[in-house]
Design a protein around this ligand. Structure first.
Ligand code: NAG
Ligand code: NAG
Length: 338
């Protein structure tokens, strides 16, 4: 009797150790945007992540209600620094430290935060000039506080690239090259990944007559684009590899990528945005991410986040309001987790 109790305890302890809070978690992340006036409470949202086994969340700024709701959930958090805070964080290590002491430190006993994402899609743009200094100051704060598991990084989007067809021709655009080069030197020195937002939907929707839908949705069988010795059957891989080619051209080949946003809206742009198409893209994106790798970096694990958890009614009208896996009433628009 005593022996079987002990065994049960051991088994339970092992399950907890493997799965965080004891529920099976999937390695996909989902972005949790808050631009809606009808969204559920953060406690309910954290419950919804747990119910569907979503193991990772990305938020765009350190919202205290969300951070409190995440305590003890076992959900790993990628935490954004709001763009407008970048100049202040760039001004001194002390400024970065007080931001950190107020917004992050109080939660670290109860939440795992692998990445602090300093800014979202700010290169090229007005915050570009202070971005690297802000990242450096945040990383110095992490080192001073002995938080070895956390990394400062940033999120970039397709506007940093030019000539992205075929992938091997891609370079950083003239306006972004200098900043990207400095960002990558920094990431390389600290063993941090670059966070990239990758949207085959926008590439497809901008010229649907000239693109193959199956290539955009991961449903093409066989090679659609041959680029030197690399064969592409989906647009996502081609877009992800474009970044890697651009990185190599500024002399950096040892920085990993994490896909901080990808997705497909389910409404708002005619027959290009249906629940069926959004289901197909996001389901396949999730499976692709979980199985890892791109033609240029086969076998390397690609970490990824779907944009987004909810439809957000305070964004621009049209497709922008309809990226959610879930409606604000927490019912799925379509279920990729079944
Ligand atoms: C493509 O060529 C490069 C450079 O020669 C080589 O390193 C790489 O392994 C090749 N990849 C494939 C998939 O053949
Ligand atoms: C949308 O409708 C147009 C016009 O009928 C058609 O040519 C196109 O194939 C449709 N696209 C999708 C994705 O269903």
């Amino acid at each position: 009797m005593a022996f079987s109790w002990l065994l049960l305890l051991l088994i339970t302890a092992t399950l907890h150790a493997t799965n965080g809070v004891g529920e099976a978690k999937i390695g996909i992340g989902v972005c949790y945007g808050l631009n809606g006036d009808n969204l559920p409470s953060p406690n309910d949202v954290v419950g919804l992540y747990s119910k569907y086994g979503i193991g990772k969340m990305r938020i765009f700024n350190p919202n205290p209600t969300v951070l409190n709701a995440l305590r003890g959930s076992g959900i790993e958090l990628t935490l954004g620094v709001a763009d407008e805070d970048i100049p202040r964080l760039a001004s001194s290590v002390d400024a970065a430290d007080s931001w950190f002491a107020h917004n992050v430190q109080p939660y670290l006993n109860d939440i795992t935060v692998p990445y602090i994402a300093v800014g979202n899609e700010v290169v090229p743009g007005e915050f570009s000039a202070s971005l690297v200094a802000a990242m450096q100051n945040v990383q110095t704060v992490l080192r001073n506080r002995n938080l070895m598991g956390m990394r400062a990084t940033t999120v970039v989007h397709g506007a940093v690239l030019s000539n992205s067809y075929p992938p091997s021709a891609t370079v950083f655009s003239d306006r972004a090259r200098d900043t990207m080069s400095r960002i990558l030197q920094f990431l390389s020195a600290h063993g941090a990944p670059l966070l990239i937002n990758v949207y085959p939907y926008f590439a497809y929707a901008s010229s649907p007559l000239h693109q193959r839908l199956d290539y955009a949705l991961f449903t093409a069988t066989g090679t659609v684009v041959q680029d030197r010795n690399l064969s592409y059957s989906n647009l996502f891989d081609a877009m992800a590899d474009s970044y890697i080619w651009a990185m190599e051209k500024v002399g950096v080949s040892n920085v990993d990528i994490v896909v901080s946003e990808s997705g497909w809206p389910h409404a708002g742009n005619g027959n290009l945005t249906t629940p069926e198409l959004a289901f197909t893209y996001n389901k396949n994106f999730m499976l692709h991410v979980l199985h890892g790798g791109t033609p240029k970096r086969p076998g390397s694990y690609v970490e990824g986040f779907i944009f987004a958890m909810f439809d957000e009614d305070q964004k621009a009208a049209g497709a922008e309001q309809n990226w959610g896996l879930f409606k604000p009433n927490m019912r799925p628009n379509y279920n990729i987790f079944a």
